[in-house]
Each structure stands twice: as structure tokens, then as C-alpha cells.
Unconditional design. Structure first.
Length: 151
């Protein structure tokens, strides 16, 4: 469980569809929904929490995971990018940005961030596996573009 980041604000009134209590309670509920396999609802709850505490890394990371898992890849790219901008040494955020970009077909961007994640954590096999897949797809796309240009 994440520690409370500075800036956790209390909820003055319960908003429709959100758990009662403080923003930290919303965060906990969002993570629970994510763990239970409901990333779309988790994304809604965590999005509201992130709006109240925009500089909370734990909320933003959980939101990015929920967005990715609910196939909101464009939004996940933005959330992972925000995490990387705040901490370029966050290997998981680099990885998430790369995977999200790959899902959007942005393989050059995917390779860039997956390579950073894999270099930072060579012990994480799935980082290297994702990087190999993105590189292979980027090469195939590049070759296809060259063939089309030569027609």
C-alpha cells in the first residue's frame, strides 16, 4: 500500500459514483477495483483522485495502469509521460509509456522508452522482451514504408 503523498485533500462532499471519505480512500478504492479486474471503473475513480491531488505519484501511477488496462492508451501515454517528466529514473513509468505508445502504433517512441526501461533494469526480463517486440515491429514498418516509397 502506498504511503500518503503530501497534498492528500479531504473530500468535502461525496461526489456521485465516488466512495465517501478522503481522496486517499478514493485512491484505495481505485487500486482495489484495478486489482479486482475492473480497470475502467478504477480509471474513473482514480481520475477524480488525480484531479484533486495532481502531484501524487502513487495516484498517477495507479491511474496510468488503469488507463492502460482499460485500453485508454492515449490517456495512459499522457499519464506515464507525466510520471517520467517528474522522475526520468522511474523505470516502470518508462516501460508503461513505451507499452502504451506501442499499443497506439507509435513504435519509434515505444522503442525509445522501452530501451530506457530495459537499460535501467536489465534484470526485468519482460522489459527486454517488450523492447525486442517493439524493435521488430518498428523495423518491419520501416521496411514496409521504404517498399511503398519505391513503388
Amino acid at each position: 500500500m502506498a504511503e500518503r503523498d503530501e497534498g492528500w485533500a479531504g473530500a468535502e462532499e461525496q461526489e456521485e459514483g465516488l466512495p465517501s471519505g478522503e481522496v486517499y480512500d478514493w485512491y484505495q478504492r481505485g487500486v482495489q477495483l484495478l486489482d479486482e479486474g475492473d480497470p475502467a471503473t478504477a480509471s474513473q475513480v482514480l481520475g477524480r483522485a488525480a484531479a484533486r491531488v495532481p502531484h501524487s505519484r502513487s495516484v498517477l501511477e495507479a491511474l496510468a495502469r488503469a488507463q492502460f488496462d482499460s485500453e485508454q492508451y492515449d490517456q495512459a501515454v499522457v499519464s506515464f509521460q507525466r510520471l517520467v517528466e517528474e522522475d526520468p529514473d522511474d523505470d516502470y513509468a518508462q516501460f508503461g509509456w513505451g507499452l502504451s505508445a506501442a499499443k497506439l502504433g507509435q513504435f519509434d517512441l515505444a522503442v525509445e522508452h522501452l530501451a530506457v526501461a530495459a537499460a535501467m533494469r536489465p534484470d526485468v526480463n519482460y522489459y527486454a522482451l517488450a523492447l525486442r517486440g517493439a524493435r521488430a515491429t518498428a523495423r518491419t514498418q520501416s521496411a514496409h514504408r521504404r517498399q511503398e516509397a519505391n513503388k
